[in-house]
Design a protein around this ligand. Structure first.
Ligand code: FAD
Length: 625
């Protein structure tokens, strides 16, 4: 029998980013004994890196804004592939979630008359992103942690124990979910420092593990983004959707090589920054697609007037959704009009006074000065696309965030559907709050509905332990680092921003080869803080997720949002009706099948002009009257 530490909770939340913390707060407020588990230090989740802001139609900067406009923008951004119910809930509930953060102690930037300030971002009709300079994610996490501490203080008053009902387990990685029959019964993992195993017995688990970017070579994502939650869900029998849609953010740093991929926030463009090629041309005017032409300026004059007078001018094309801007930059570089280091120029220095730049974009100023010795108040930045966000994730019920597995819930970047084929900037932070809360509530309600708690099978614990220790058992095998590097390079080169059938087939061939190599890899040393072992365990997950991305991308014969096919360059209304669903087969490989989208509710369809709907929907999907 495996030696391990045991805990018992009602709800276990895996992940301490915005989604996980908001879920845990809700579960605890619903009276459930809740654990928060995270593989990094508490407070270091990916969410702290979010810069630009949190999208919510509060109407503070423009009173014309409302949830219907936000809904329309989100659906357009996702090219109508979004789960419309999630997009509806998100647009309706985001303002309440932001105001609620204020009650937890958040300090957002202000308008001159004292309301929460809102900034422009790509694809949003009105200034909509509540922000704290360019450090919004940090404030969001600080505030949610503060709320957790205040709940723990309440629990101390009542029980004499701060951690009686809400406890954080940091630097603890979950490697397997356990089940009793079909239903979740707990989670198995290890302490990163000691390597010792730990078991959480719980009838409900909320996955809030974030994204998958570490499967790609050039990425804005941190070391945690190894797709653990996506793979854990699949191994437990849940399904993933939309995995072919990967967002390549248009502006990552391209130089020096050591920082390639680090994000340059969209706020730079939202606050007036413009993109230019090596000939000094503002090239985005050449890349406005037909579906967006009516909403975007045709001349530099009109685009520049929009910043001061948005009601009487159209938006600059630099603020098109991210997929459009990333493809445009890619084309300029390919056409030989790139910068010396293979990007394009992003210039804010000639657009705003220096003191305004350092006030509005302090982190960007610091980042470029420290990492590239570039002063963004005096010279342009060099930028290019970087793998940033996965639109795909666990297939969930929009209202309760429950997956297909009883007791398993998912929220935040690990969940799929909300953003369709492309996420709008700022819509992730609001997604975390809206669906984090709903997942916590869904999990608590599920626990209340159970007649008895599911049981843990000791044999499953032994199997999870054996699987985790497997890389120590083999001698003379390959180390995980070289396989990881090759995996990242393959995904970047063969399943990247522009996809070709032959290259994706080549990628799948390589992934099959990696599968064989991973089964035989070896890690040196012992279980105490052993990064090689940690990577070996993460690599299994990265491989599964990469297979999902490559297989679904090969299957989808159209271009849409974060999926661009060289051989199928157009959007197809027929393909829009289909979701590609990934599931594990009996051998642990990925099986992809088609599922029909649920048609959009009539009252939501009516929010759009029929002429616009015709660009996305088939004839029979159009409103009848
Ligand atoms: P995360 O915040 O990433 O948290 C994941 C958690 O899961 C972590 O605590 C991690 O330790 C834990 N975890 C993972 N695997 C395991 C495991 N196996 N066991 C235990 N714990 C595990 N979005 C916006 O809306 N606005 C922005 O301005 C914005 N700016 C961004 C800037 C950058 C540089 C980046 C990279 C992203 C930005 N995004 C932005 C996107 C947004 O930040 C993320 O999508 C979002 O923070 C994801 O939150 P999450 O709660 O889903 O996951």
């Amino acid at each position: 029998m495996t030696e391990l530490e045991r805990h018992s909770y009602d709800v276990v939340v895996i992940g301490a980013g915005g989604a996980g913390l908001r879920a845990a707060i809700e579960a605890r407020e619903q009276g459930k004994k809740t654990a928060i588990i995270c593989k990094s230090l508490f407070g270091k989740a990916h969410t702290v890196m979010a810069e630009g802001g949190c999208a919510a139609a509060m109407g503070n900067a423009n009173s014309n804004d409302n949830w219907q406009v936000h809904y329309r923008d989100t659906m357009r951004g996702g090219k109508f592939l979004n789960n419309w119910r999630m997009a509806e809930l998100h647009a309706q509930e985001a303002p309440d979630r932001v105001w609620e953060l204020e009650t937890y102690g958040a300090l957002f930037d202000r308008t001159p008359d004292g309301r929460i300030s809102q900034r422009n971002f790509g694809g949003h009709t009105y200034p909509r992103l509540a922000h704290v300079g360019d450090r919004t994610g940090l404030e969001l996490i600080r505030t949610l942690q503060q709320k957790i501490v205040s709940l723990q203080q309440e629990d101390f008053e009542a029980t004499g124990d701060y951690e009686a009902n809400l406890k954080v387990f940091a630097e603890c990685t979950i490697t397997e979910l356990l089940k009793d029959g079909d239903a979740i019964s707990g989670a198995f993992g290890y302490w990163r420092e000691s390597g010792r195993f730990v078991l959480f017995e719980a009838p409900a688990v909320v996955l809030a593990t974030g994204g998958v970017g570490k499967s790609f070579k050039v990425t804005s994502n941190s070391w945690e983004y190894t797709g653990d939650g996506h793979a854990l869900a699949m191994r437990a029998g849940a399904t993933l959707i939309n995995m072919e849609f990967i967002q390549f953010h248009p502006t990552g740093m391209v130089w020096p090589p050591s920082v390639k991929g680090i994000l340059v926030t969209e706020s730079v463009r939202g606050d007036g920054g413009v993109l230019k090629n090596s000939e000094g041309k503002r090239f985005m005017f050449e890349y406005v697609p037909d579906v967006f032409r009516a909403q975007y300026a045709e001349s530099e004059d009109e685009a520049d007037r929009w910043y001061k007078d948005p009601d009487n001018n159209r938006r600059p094309p630099e603020l098109l959704p991210r997929d459009e801007v990333a493809r445009a930059i890619n084309s300029e570089v390919k056409a030989g009009r790139g910068t010396p280091h293979g990007g394009v120029f992003l210039d804010v220095s000639t657009r705003l006074p220096a003191e305004e730049i350092t006030r509005r974009l302090p982190s960007m100023h610091h980042q470029f000065k420290e990492l590239a010795d570039v002063d963004i108040t005096a010279e342009p930045m060099e930028v290019g696309p970087t793998c940033h966000y996965v639109m795909g994730g666990v297939e969930v019920d929009p209202d309760t965030a429950s997956s297909k597995v009883p007791g398993l819930f998912a929220a935040g970047e690990v969940a799929g559907g909300m953003h369709g084929s492309n996420r709008l900037g700022g819509n992730s932070l609001s997604d975390l709050l809206v669906f984090g809360r709903r997942a916590g509530l869904g999990a608590a309600t599920y626990v209340d509905s159970l007649a008895e708690r599911p049981k843990i099978d000791e044999a499953d614990i032994d199997a999870a332990a054996t699987e985790a220790l497997a890389p120590f058992e083999l001698e003379g095998g390959e180390n995980p680092y070289s396989i990881h590097q090759e995996l990242q390079q393959s995904m970047n080169d063969l399943v990247g921003i522009i996809r070709k059938e032959a290259e994706m087939e080549q990628a799948l061939g390589r992934l099959a080869e990696f599968r064989g190599r991973i089964a035989k890899m070896t890690v040196e040393g012992h279980r105490q803080f052993n990064p090689g072992w940690h990577l070996a365990l993460d690599l299994r997950n990265m491989l599964t997720v990469s297979e999902c991305v490559a297989k679904a991308a090969l299957q989808r014969q159209e271009s849409r949002g974060g999926h661009t096919r060289d051989d199928y360059p157009a959007m197809s209304a027929e393909w829009r009706k289909k979701l590609l669903v990934c599931k594990l087969d009996a051998d642990g490989g990925v099986d992809v099948s088609e599922e029909q989208q649920i048609p959009m509710r009539e009252d939501l369809l009516e929010l759009f002009e029929v002429d616009e709907l015709k660009k996305y929907l088939t004839e029979e999907e159009l409103p009848t009257a």
